[in-house]
Design a protein around this ligand. Sequence first.
Ligand code: ADP
Length: 481
Amino acid sequence: MAFWRKSTYQGEFFGLVLLFSGVLTGCFLSFQHRREKDFQVERLDSRLQMVNLRIADDWLEGAQPDSLFLHYASHFDGLRLTLIDTLGHVLYDSEAVGREASLSNHLDRNEVQQALLLGQGHTLRRHSSATERDYFYSALREQEIIVRTALPYDWSLIQSMATGSRYIWITLLITLLVIFASFLITRRLTQNISYLRQFSEKLDRGEEISDLGKFPNDELGALSKHIVDLYARLQTALAEADREHRTALQKEQEKVLIKRQLTNNISHELKTPVSAIRGYLETLILNPEVDPEIRRAFIEKSYAQTERLQQLLQDISLVTRMEEAPRMIEREECDLGEIVREVIDEFRPKSEGRMVISTNITSPMPLYGNQELLSSIFRNLMENALAYSGGNEIRISLLNQSGEAYRLCFSDNGTGIEAHHLDRIFERFYRVDKGRSRKLGGTGLGLSIVKNAVLFHGGIIEVRNRETGGLEFLFTLARHA
Ligand code: ADP
């Protein structure tokens, strides 16, 4: 069933070739058969015409019809001899000797008419009412006489006129060869089609296209290969686009998650100073008679909390600006040497002589960037070193520089940080010691600002504990980021 329903291109093509060969062979065989038959009839007629000619000659020379008949009857089985005049009267008939006058006029006989008209003629098969048999007739006109010989149209005559079968076998053999050759040719021609069919079926099933076999080395083969190659390329491109799309989606989801975390963290961070302020103010409102010293202490504490709140809001705004709209942050020609000097000048008095701050950085150190962010890098690192390191030395060094970037190191000689915290200290609101950080006014955003500011300036930053104690931040800043 499936075979018939699913006819292949080769099947159809080969079927057409078969049909064409069949029709051609049939026509040829029937034509050849007719020719062979005509040839056999002509041969028999020629033999009888020779006899007719001799009989006519002998008779005209005076021989008796009976003796003539007897002479030739021995050469042909069942031979019948009829002599007719040009008016159609039967003069002698070997099957009706003595009864000739009773026979009908023979002018209407086909072979007789031909003989009168053309000199000779024959009739392949006709029934004789005189003998009640079928005959093959052959007639010849010689002067005023028509000699007609006839042979019974029986099995032996049919056999003698049978055509040979050699040409049939030869024709069939040639046809078979043609069919076989056309099978090979159509198979070769349709191989590409079948490759393409396999290819489209694989596509339909959504299978991966790998090697479909060797394509024949011709134009159609090249075309098929080209189509398959194009599809393979399309498949790769689609897979690539899909992968990119998924990565982008994942990044987007991560961003949303981080934003949600940030919002949660921010509201959590804001709650602490706000509820502290509220507590102090509530106490003061509920106790108007409170001791003036306590009142002052509460007001000062509230003020300190508002400062912390302000710092927190500033930091949040900076981080958000760097992450959400880095393009909105302006750039200008800056001098890194000057920025470092200003930060050192600002922090020296704050260190109250506890810390020795040193640097090998000198002006000018030109850099195209954002003054505020560059300053925030050194300020935050400085604040942290003062607050958490517990050391007595801070060093800001220029390690090397190129036309592209500066490589810097910010280090202290304090306690450093336990190794398992190092990977996370750049995260927003990550603190090693929460209580201590809050107490010291830390927002938990300092190092996050530092990292983002370095990234904004086309650099990278890493942190490690120094072998001799303390922490060091190694970072680069691009000169023309
Ligand atoms: P914070 O607002 O708490 O200062 P940061 O992001 O600036 O937040 O710092 C994260 C944590 O890293 C700090 O809480 C502190 O514990 C630790 N830290 C930062 N700098 C140093 C340093 N120089 N020495 C030791 N610990 C440090």
